[in-house]
Design a protein around this ligand. Structure first.
Ligand SMILES: Nc1ncnc2c1ncn2[C@@H]1O[C@H](COP(=O)(O)OP(=O)(O)O)[C@@H](O)[C@H]1O
Ligand SMILES: [Mg+2]
Length: 215
């Protein structure tokens, strides 16, 4: 049901809490890789495929109580499944470099740790939906959660269902990302995101160069 790991392309994920700078950094990283003459697909979760974008609206808008943690996790994985099947896997098979603004570690951090469905339950759903497929590199942007959320305050879209949750939930998610990085040190790097955009980007490019471009 899932795909084996050896693709001609590379899969890079950007992870971290709200306002850590994932979307900003993902965009800049895609520009860098295009300059390196790579075919780049910049995508995001939830979303990035037919059906997945509809589910994005269901998950990210409305009141926090709209879904419970089980329902929300299943929606994330329904969205992720289409994203992989229709967008990510075909691109990797073509040899593209795929950059995803959030992926499965966000579900583990948010629903596994933050909203306390638990690591084991999320792992079971992950196993059925994704199997052993994983990113080649995961860049986890890290900042004090209050500072991150403050950065998102000027947003005009209504995709704020998670931003409205308690600060304690966000702090548990941050701890979750630390544990995920610890357990998956072969692919995860934690990046200090409380720095100027250019400085963070320079670090990301260095990591990508060393880990993936020198192969
Ligand atoms: N390093 C940074 N320092 C200051 N502001 C930043 C930084 N990175 C991003 N921002 C700003 O913070 C806001 C959130 O950034 P964004 O990339 O959308 O974060 P995310 O996708 O992680 O939620 C945007 O207004 C962006 O311009
Ligand atoms: Mg974003």
């Amino acid at each position: 049901m899932s795909k084996k790991q050896s693709y001609p392309g590379k899969f890079i994920t950007l992870e971290g809490g709200d306002g850590t700078g994932k979307s900003t950094q993902a965009r800049l990283l895609s520009e860098f890789l295009k300059e390196q003459h790579k075919d780049v697909l910049l995508t995001r979760e939830p979303g990035g495929a037919p059906g997945s974008d509809d589910i994005r609206q269901l998950i990210l808008t409305g009141e926090p109580e709209r879904w419970d943690v089980v329902g929300e996790t299943l929606l994330f994985y329904a969205s992720r499944r289409n994203h992989l099947r229709l967008t990510v896997w075909p691109a990797l098979e073509r040899g593209d470099w795929v950059i995803s603004d959030r992926f499965a570690d966000s579900t583990m951090a948010y629903q596994g740790y933050g909203n306390q469905l638990g690591v084991e339950a999320v792992s079971k759903i992950h196993e059925v939906s994704v199997g052993d497929f994983e990113p080649d590199l995961t860049l986890i942007l890290d900042i004090d959660v209050r500072k991150g959320i403050a950065r998102t305050q000027g947003r005009t879209n209504n995709e704020d269902r998670f931003e409205k949750m308690d600060i304690a939930v966000h702090e548990r998610m941050q701890q979750g990302f630390y544990e995920i990085a610890d357990k998956n040190s072969h692919r995860c790097v934690i990046i200090d995101a409380d720095r100027p955009i250019d400085e963070i980007q320079a670090e990301l490019r260095k990591i990508v160069r060393e880990r993936l471009l020198s192969e």
